[in-house]
Design a protein around this ligand. Structure first.
Ligand SMILES: *Cc1c(COP(=O)(O)O)cnc(C)c1O
Length: 227
């Protein structure tokens, strides 16, 4: 087994164990391989190993990698901070955007999504913790933002994403993810048809799966340290 195949098997085993403990179906959890600062060859190897979803944080790096990989099996997810002048490239080249935190960006993405492509799948990024360095909208702003985004014609609002403050205690990890799950429940109670929880990374995927993650974003556990 190649290095990548072994690491993917280990990640899938972690997800299976966490899903079983929570009486969830492991197949309901999508693994997004986060390939930021990894070479195009990492994507090619992962595609051969059966992974189809890839997350990127930087537009220029992602476009170069897409061109190098040039494989229609790859589904690209934008998970980084979004500047206004990058929305067109994102709208034209990605299948998903997980990091929408303001209406202005959502409107631009909807306006710029080509008619030849299906609507762009989007998640709203929630700023759960107190740090000022992380992006995301405050939880209190999410219901109004979700209502507005769900009206945009070329976006399909799928759910919520978060990168909580790093915790080593699984109980504290779960508490952050539970907040995101509860916020999604608030949206659903308000009539918004969204069911995606994009949460969990290499260090805390078990806690995220326990709280209902549907998409985990895994970098180092699959691809090793970043350059
Ligand atoms: C880098 C990154 C990840 C992957 O983190 P790892 O700890 O390497 O698994 C997931 N989500 C986002 C938003 C990231 O920026």
């Amino acid at each position: 087994m190649s290095g990548f195949a072994g690491r993917l098997a280990a990640v899938r085993r972690r997800i299976e164990n966490a899903a079983r403990a929570a009486a969830r179906e492991p197949g309901a959890i999508t693994v997004i391989g986060v390939t930021k600062r990894q070479p195009a060859s990492a994507v090619t190897e992962a595609l051969a190993g059966g992974l189809a979803d890839f997350g990127e944080n930087f537009v220029q790096e992602a476009l170069e990698k897409m061109a190098a990989v040039d494989d229609p099996r790859a589904r690209w997810h934008f998970i980084g901070g979004i500047q206004s002048n990058k929305t067109r490239s994102i709208a034209e080249n990605f299948a998903w955007v997980h990091s929408i935190d303001r209406l202005k960006i959502a409107r631009r993405l909807s306006d710029q999504r080509p008619d030849s492509l299906p609507p762009l799948n989007v998640c709203l990024q929630v700023h759960l913790g107190g740090e000022d360095t992380k992006s995301g909208a405050p939880p209190a702003d999410i219901p109004a933002l979700a209502a507005a985004v769900s009206e945009l014609p070329r976006l399909d609002l799928r759910g919520l994403m978060a990168v909580p403050p790093p915790e080593t205690d699984p109980v504290l990890q779960r508490a952050w993810f539970a907040r995101l799950r509860e916020l999604l429940e608030v949206l659903r109670a308000a009539g918004i048809d969204a069911d995606v929880l994009s949460m969990g990374m290499s260090a805390d995927l078990e806690a995220a799966v326990a709280e209902g993650a549907t998409h985990v974003r895994i970098g180092t556990a699959l691809f090793g340290p970043r350059s």
